[in-house]
Design a protein around this ligand. Structure first.
Ligand SMILES: [Zn+2]
Length: 60
């Protein structure tokens, strides 16, 4: 049995999408067209709704 090599892998930082505030969990902004429950996909420079294909450019 060969020893399993451990690669330098990046952990999926899924938890960075969540912010716990007291008893509630805040997530990425939801789609204004589809309403709460439809969250934007977080891209490098924009948010994207997979449901209605609405795109919102990030402003920083
Ligand atoms: Zn939408």
């Amino acid at each position: 049995m060969a020893k399993r090599k451990v690669k330098n892998h990046q952990p999926s930082e899924k938890w960075t999408k969540y912010t716990v505030k007291g008893d509630t969990v805040e997530r990425k902004p939801s789609c204004p067209k589809c309403g709460p429950g439809y969250f934007f996909a977080d891209h490098k420079d924009r948010y994207y709704c997979g449901n209605c294909h609405f795109m919102q450019v990030k402003t920083k």
